[in-house]
Design a protein around this ligand. Structure first.
Ligand SMILES: *[C@@H]1O[C@H](CO)[C@@H](O)[C@H](O)[C@H]1NC(C)=O
Length: 368
């Protein structure tokens, strides 16, 4: 009887594992993915075409395709949220965050709050290829990039970005990213003072009397429809090499010096040849605390599908920050891709070797 039970167990295991194997492969066949493949946040079709041209038609590398794709968005100022002339900070200046990751070597290069240089993804690539560092920031990052040949110093402001900045200033600097501070009484802008030093605060951290102005809550910030904030891209090339990268001009009206998720490996993007890749977009200040792309890739490594991994990465943030706005896409090393989002409808764009042109996928949030 014991032998019989063991035999049955073995049989059952065999049947179950066969089904498991079948379901994975049928999913792959259903989607008919053929490598190489390019995936990008949002409907950044021109960026995806540029990357696809390089990695599919010309047989180039995944890393080079990331640079082509993100550079295309920097030049086109995609949605005003990538490249020069967008998202002026409190001083009216546009600064850029970018990151590139080689999933073969796990090498990363990034720049944060890059000033006066338009080619943020190029600068990130220079950090990756020509230094032992991972992240350079601010004016020193600009000096570094220009010293290795990037054009600069350049003026990253445009008439549009200066116009957006002055209307924000004239509107009393709302919305903004400050908390529990008191603005200057005449301008309603900075310089700000820490309000608890003026009035004390109660146990809940609620500001007491003496606050002259109620600042808007985090859900009223500047990220939303029509202000998509990042290109994050993943590429698998014809050698199975996987790369990921990001380029953004960050959040409008950010406090000068702010570096967002765009410069952080594992936050805005992540890649590992052994598993796959991920790209993220949204409220970077919150999302970067959760490393959602590191999480999504690690979840796929543990056996989740890209759809499960993307949803799980978003759910982890939503549980702690129910009003955050964001999205991720995840792609496994076979090219199976999926997206998940919260607080907005997300789109991501794909072109693989079977597709004549880039295709935009739309993802709806589970809970709005
Ligand atoms: C940068 O360009 C803008 C828009 O053309 C212009 O208004 C501004 O004066 C320029 N800034 C500098 C420092 O040259």
């Amino acid at each position: 009887m014991v032998a019989m039970a063991t035999l049955l167990k073995l049989l059952l295991l065999l049947v179950l594992s066969t089904f498991a194997a079948l379901s994975v492969s049928s999913q792959q066949f259903q989607t008919q993915v053929e490598l190489p493949i390019v995936v990008s946040t949002w409907a950044f079709v021109d960026a995806v075409r540029a990357a696809a041209q390089h990695v599919i038609k010309d047989g180039g590398s995944a890393v080079d395709a990331i640079v082509r794709g993100c550079s295309t968005c920097e030049l086109l100022q995609c949605d005003g949220s990538v490249g020069y002339g967008g998202s002026p900070d409190e001083g009216g200046e546009t600064t850029l965050d970018a990151m590139i990751m080689d999933g073969t070597t796990m090498n990363v290069g990034a720049v944060g709050a890059l000033r006066s240089v338009k080619g943020a993804i190029d600068a990130a690539r220079l950090v990756m290829d020509h230094t032992e560092h991972t992240l350079l920031v601010g004016s020193q990052a600009s000096t570094f990039a220009v010293s290795l040949g990037l054009p600069g110093p350049a003026n990253l402001s445009t008439d549009d970005s200066l116009q957006a900045w002055s209307s924000w200033k004239n509107g009393g600097c709302q919305p903004n990213f400050w908390r529990e501070v008191v603005p200057d009484s005449t301008s309603a802008c900075g310089p700000y003072q820490v309000s608890s030093l003026l009035s004390g605060r109660n146990d809940d951290g609620v500001v007491g009397d003496g606050v002259s102005k109620k600042l808007k809550s985090s859900s009223d910030k500047n990220i939303g429809y029509g202000n998509h904030d990042t290109i994050s891209m993943a590429v698998i090339d014809n050698k199975g090499r996987i790369a990921a990268g990001t380029s953004t001009n960050g959040a409008s009206h950010k406090i000068p010096g702010r570096v967002g998720d765009g410069a952080i490996a594992g936050a805005s993007a992540y890649a590992d040849d052994d598993v796959g890749a991920c790209g993220a977009t949204g409220d970077g200040d919150v999302m970067m605390r959760f490393l959602p792309c590191y999480q999504a890739v690690e979840s796929m490594r543990q056996g989740m599908t890209p759809a499960e991994a993307a949803k799980d990465a978003i759910d982890r943030i939503r549980r702690k920050f129910p009003t955050f706005i964001g999205a991720v896409f995840a792609i496994d090393k076979y090219g199976i891709h999926a997206g998940a989002c919260h607080g907005w409808v997300f789109q991501y764009t794909v072109q693989d070797a079977n597709m004549a042109d880039a295709v935009v996928f739309t993802v709806k949030p589970d809970i709005f």
